[in-house]
Write a protein that binds this ligand. Structure first.
Ligand code: ZN
Length: 190
């Protein structure tokens, strides 16, 4: 017996990054003093580990961080995942624990669909500052962008949009072919 289309085993949907509460580097940084004592007097490139307290809902959590001084007294901070001990940009609160997206096995919304091309086109259009519709002309280069960077973006978008146009065209043809003959010409019968 041949199984009907779409009757295969359903995959359990993975929790999405976008739908999970997170703490990112910027959040932690804002809660810290402008010049933390941990960084004072350290040369650029040095790495200091420390632990900071954060509130997740009603729960007080301590997370490990890494301070990294850069030039002229400026510094960066990374969050350390308590599970894998890697430096991360963000940690996620899921199933009562704070960990990185890998340890929680989270996935991104755009990865949950097999057809990522429309997402990539939309993302690139957003980056360039263009309206989302396919045929709307692109805006001029933002003044602070390098011309070669803008040209590269526009070129990449053109390639992706061409691929998307071909795919849409093929989809429309496939749908037409799948429709029964009498349905295809139903408008003539009326
Ligand atoms: Zn981790």
């Amino acid at each position: 017996m041949v199984a009907a289309f779409g009757s295969g085993a359903q995959r359990t949907p993975r929790q999405l990054v976008e739908a999970t509460p997170r703490i990112c580097r910027a959040n932690v940084r804002k809660a810290l003093p402008k010049s933390p004592v941990e960084v004072a007097g350290l040369p650029p490139g040095a790495v200091v580990r420390a632990s900071v307290g954060v509130r997740v809902g009603d729960v007080e959590q301590r997370i490990e961080v890494v301070y990294q001084p850069i030039m002229r007294g400026r510094w960066r901070i990374y969050l350390i995942c308590g599970e894998c001990c890697e430096r991360r940009h963000a940690l996620f609160w899921h199933l009562g624990a704070l960990a990185c997206y890998r340890c929680h096995n989270l996935t991104y919304q755009c990865r949950t669909t097999r057809n990522r091309l429309p997402f990539r086109v939309a993302k690139l259009r957003r980056k360039i500052g263009a309206p989302p519709s396919l045929l709307v002309p692109l805006p001029r280069k933002p003044p602070h962008w390098r011309p070669d960077y803008y040209r590269r973006m526009v070129r990449e978008l053109a390639v992706l949009e061409a691929a998307l146009a071909i795919r849409l065209h093929d989809t429309v043809r496939a749908v037409r072919r799948r429709r029964p003959k009498h349905d295809r010409h139903s408008h003539r019968a009326t």
